[in-house]
Design a binder for this molecule. Sequence first.
Ligand code: F6R
Length: 375
Amino acid sequence: EKQGFRHFMLKEIHEQPSVVRTCLEVYFNPDWQQKGTKPVNLNLSSELIDNLENIQIVACGTSWHASLVGKYLLEQIAEIPTFVQYASEYRYSPSPIMANTMTIGVTQSGETADTLAALGMERQRRSGLDKPYRPRIVGISNRPESTLGGMVDQLINTYAGIEIGVAATKTFVAQVMAFYVLALDLAWQRKTISPERIDQILAGLLQLPTQIEKILQTQEAKIEELAHNFPETRDFVFLGRGINFPIALEGALKLKEISYIHAEGYPAGEMKHGPIALLDAHVPVVAIAMGGSVYEKVISNAQEAKARDARLIGIVPQSYDDEVFHDILNVPEVEELLSPILAVIPLQLLSYYIASLRGLDVDQPRNLAKSVTVE
Ligand code: F6R
């Protein structure tokens, strides 16, 4: 069932173009203007969206990272203040109740105990309150038949197909896609962006599957070779800014989970506030420099790391080959808003190849389970 791949994780990484394609087919209408329909097929009920003022998201692990990308999209496209919480924290120290709040639980398995408990607590403390304070609970999941599916007012299915590797890859990309769906639908309804801008984003989204394929075709061998440089490496740092800060966190988490190398993800601008003290020739730094508004800033943060002798690996759009990097992993050029989906692919491959060269059980890392159904 691994279809010729050595591990399920590698198979699932390679399934990502088709996962994105499925999401595009199910949820988007690129010809909506000609047809007089909506750009997005998401029929959230009016109970959920009327007078919506803010969104809070609860999740764990990789789903929490997808939620951080979601926050960026919901705030920047749909202009809705959004707060992302660790479910394990939120369930015991929830924020004061705000009016007209949508709460979204993001869990690929739909069974994560903390996420379910946070949503249950939220529903319970809001039930019986006046209309503006009533619970409005949405789920984003790859398993509509899960416990989550039965708890929420509405579920957004991510259609990634079953994921067997313990480290989430295709379900992460599918969750981020679900946030494009949600943010674009809300942006359209609230008219926070123009129909032309919606079309521009849709056109960009439609390119993603072939762009992911291109990364897999052109970068995989290079990444496997690069991975040979880190047999003894004990620490890695991942840097990103803006919409790619969560991708730095995700790159670090993937590496930790399957290679057991200590890795930290930071917003690049935070380096100088402490973590830069860690850097020396033994700590490789991966900088996500995808172009767009923060490109120059990331490059200058990368330069600071280089000055501490760190080996610098850049995730960089094709035409941007910057001399600051020792190693460059290229991704197709894409507008900043869509860049996380491409930036994460080389990071998944990098952690896969580092772990697999170490001879580790990539699909079943020690101490981890696919669904964390206990607190
Ligand atoms: C990371 C990973 C975990 C899960 C987390 C939440 O690769 O697999 O961090 O993302 O346990 O799981 P779900 O999304 O099922 O709630």
